[in-house]
Design a protein around this ligand. Structure first.
Ligand code: ZN
Ligand code: ZN
Length: 381
């Protein structure tokens, strides 16, 4: 292997296999201009001459799943510049979001604060080995946002106007996906129904009989095995959990092996939930399925679970980036966020309420009620 001369231009052949984490600068193959990923395609587009270049992923690039127990030594880590060509990491002093940007960052995409500072000492993190590329572009996202806003009751009128001008930021949100085999030992009780005949006196004073359900309990114990595949955990803390949960489902089978060209022209958030915390969140998501497996195993008509102890093995994970259009705007000093899933166009969001519209609506209802009462009374009289 030849030692690399630092004075030499960097090899930008996109089909050449790349060193882990090493990303060469991305330039247009025709004019040398900046390129950005074109949503809905598998290509980057030149900002200047619109030349399209297909993303050809080297055949040795596959979506890896790493063993969780050896992850901290085996999974490649890197700084922001290794995630995206020319990437710099910035931190929002207001909400704490850490984002990889290539362009000028003047405000935070998550909270619209202008308190964004560059992190001089780039922190190293586990690098994503897969990405779900943007399928819908900014115009389509804005149209989805406007359509959503139109169906909101009592939205302030200036908000609707503002949404027409409001930009949307293309953001890759960090996620972990986990696979695991589980084995759970449990103790509990199986309840079986039986019926007894009861006599009672009805309202006419006659003696009647009726069947009454009772439960007989038997102790039960055993072991259940449940396998989990692609349990998704959001590794961002920058959006409210309610909003993040509603972004699901994501088409995880469509994941592509990571290539920095999918990030060209977009931002990517650094993960704020680390791997061990992510796995612990994943076990919470696995718990209901394990509980149902125990109930099925116990059988009978009713079940009681007294203890359950789960061991997890064959734990594997992936770090992946999922695409989102986000609009964070301040309205009367409060931050509202609207997100568009960049795969499905589904819109979720927080929104301000127009108290003037609500008050007018309530007054109109009151006027209607008073009118009806008045009509009713004048008919009576
Ligand atoms: Zn060009
Ligand atoms: Zn922020």
């Amino acid at each position: 292997m030849q030692p690399t001369d630092l004075q030499q231009p960097v090899n930008v052949d996109p089909t050449a296999p790349q060193a882990k984490g090493g990303i060469a600068g991305r330039r247009c193959g025709q004019c040398g201009g900046d390129v950005r990923f074109k949503p809905g395609t598998d290509a980057v587009e030149c900002k200047f001459c619109s030349y399209l270049e297909q993303i050809v992923v080297a055949p040795d690039r596959v979506v890896h799943e790493y063993d969780l127990d050896t992850a901290l030594t085996a999974a490649p880590t890197g700084a922001a510049s290794e995630l995206s060509a020319g990437g710099r990491e910035v931190e929002c002093k207001n909400c704490g979001a850490r984002t990889v940007v290539t362009g000028q960052a003047t405000r935070c995409a998550f909270c619209d604060a202008a308190m964004v500072v560059e992190i001089p000492q780039e922190s190293r993190q586990i690098l994503p080995e897969s990405v779900l590329p943007f399928a819908i572009d900014a115009e389509a996202a804005k149209a989805a946002f406007r359509a959503w806003l139109k169906t909101r009751w009592f939205a302030p009128g200036d908000l609707v106007r503002r949404s027409k001008h409001q930009g949307m930021d293309g953001m890759y949100l960090p996620y972990w996906t986990f696979d695991a085999q589980t084995s759970t030992r449990y103790t509990g009780e199986r309840g079986e129904h039986y019926y007894v005949t009861e006599t009672y006196t009805d309202s006419q004073g006659n003696t009647q009989t009726r069947q009454v359900q009772r439960t007989r309990w038997y102790s039960a114990s055993g072991t259940v095995h449940v396998a989990f595949d692609d349990i998704l955990v959001c590794a961002s803390k920058s959006l409210p959990e309610k909003l993040v949960d509603k972004l699901e489902p994501w088409d995880i089978p469509a994941l592509k092996p990571f290539d920095d060209r999918y990030l060209a022209g977009f931002m990517a958030e650094r993960y704020a939930v680390d791997l061990p915390s992510g796995f612990s969140r994943a076990t919470e998501k696995m718990a209901p399925a394990i509980t149902s497996a125990i109930r099925r195993d116990i059988g009978g008509d009713e079940q009681r679970i007294h203890s359950a102890s789960t061991s997890y093995y064959d734990k594997r994970f992936r770090h992946t980036l999922l695409p989102l259009w986000i609009s964070a705007f301040r309205y009367h000093e409060k931050v509202f966020r609207v997100t568009v899933n960049a795969r499905t166009s589904e819109v979720q969001g927080e929104r301000p309420w127009s108290w003037i519209k609500i008050t007018l609506f309530v007054l109109a209802i009151l006027a209607l009620i008073i009118g009806i009462i008045y009509l009713y009374q004048s008919n009576q009289g």
